[in-house]
Design a protein around this ligand. Structure first.
Ligand SMILES: [Zn+2]
Length: 96
């Protein structure tokens, strides 16, 4: 899987969480949109989100809960990505 978009940057990796789609224990890749317009044909303005998690096993794309995304963005803690878990992500689309 390759994501090539100027408005997307890798943001980090989650702790091991259970993917809601494939049920596997995975470290999801976090991506942050920097211009808020849209990414991978997902209209961000509609969802009002800018942080995504992607499952390396099934290539499902999830939106990270906005409150969590804001906390992560303003946190300097090294374990901040552990705030992302299967309870605060919402399935958006399948990237396969
Ligand atoms: Zn998965």
């Amino acid at each position: 899987m390759k994501i090539a978009a100027d408005n997307i940057k890798e943001f980090g990796t989650t702790e091991a969480i259970i993917c809601p789609r494939c049920g596997k224990n995975v470290f999801m890749q976090l991506l942050k949109a920097t211009n808020g317009v849209g990414v991978l044909n997902v209209p961000l303005l509609t969802f009002n989100i800018d942080l995504f998690a992607i499952c390396p096993e099934c290539s499902s794309m999830f939106a990270v809960n906005n409150d969590i995304a804001k906390k992560i963005g303003s946190s300097n803690k090294t374990n901040k990505y552990s705030m992302v878990n299967e309870k605060n992500i919402t399935f958006l689309k399948d990237l396969k």
